[in-house]
Design a protein around this ligand. Structure first.
Ligand SMILES: Nc1nc2c(c(=O)[nH]1)N[C@H]1C(S)=C(S)[C@@H](COP(=O)(O)O)O[C@H]1N2
Ligand SMILES: [Mo]
Length: 157
């Protein structure tokens, strides 16, 4: 589900989501506690495609996004980091349906940021006019989380 800053909402059933264009993504991923996995293979719907489909239902993007998951996990991102071919709602990993422990049936995939930004079991992308800290961000993780700048904790430059 996508929610605009004004409260407008666009939802997809599982079948409707499956009917949207899917892309294959090969990317390196970086956990904040130092492991990386190279060349992981995913399949999913880009946030660009979701936003394009949502526009027809009156849902507009806004400068910040809070991803919300089943179970209450949240993580925040700037709009610019989930658009322009940088983020997907992933439904497959390594050619198979995404396993529940890895966020199945669907997770956010934002490979260019630390992996805590890739919310598992994602339910909603809430577009907002103002930034709002997610779960780890409110417990001292870096607000942006660029692995190349090693932005792990809130004091990191
Ligand atoms: N919903 C949810 N998503 C989450 C987390 C979580 O605790 N809950 N942990 C994050 C962190 S810190 C990492 S490193 C990755 C781990 O993903 P994996 O279990 O597929 O390796 O998921 C991220 N997404
Ligand atoms: Mo992590």
């Amino acid at each position: 589900m996508l929610r605009g800053a004004d409260g407008a909402v666009a939802r997809w059933t599982w079948d409707e989501l499956a009917a949207l264009p899917h892309e294959s993504v090969t990317a390196d991923i970086h956990c904040v506690t130092k492991w990386s996995k190279l060349d992981t293979m995913w399949e999913g719907v880009s946030v660009d495609a979701l936003l394009a489909a949502a526009a027809a239902r009156g849902v507009k993007s806004a400068p910040y996004v809070l991803a919300k998951s089943d179970g209450g996990y949240t993580t925040n991102l700037p709009l610019a980091d989930v658009t322009g071919g940088k983020a997907w709602v992933a439904v497959k990993f390594g050619g198979a349906p995404l396993a529940p422990e890895h966020g199945g049936p669907a997770r956010l995939l934002v490979p260019h940021l630390y992996f805590w930004k890739s919310a598992k079991w994602v339910r909603q992308l809430h577009f907002m006019e103002h930034d709002e800290a997610g779960f780890w961000e409110s417990f001292g993780y870096h607000n942006y989380g660029d692995p190349w700048r090693e932005q792990r904790y809130s004091g990191d430059p």
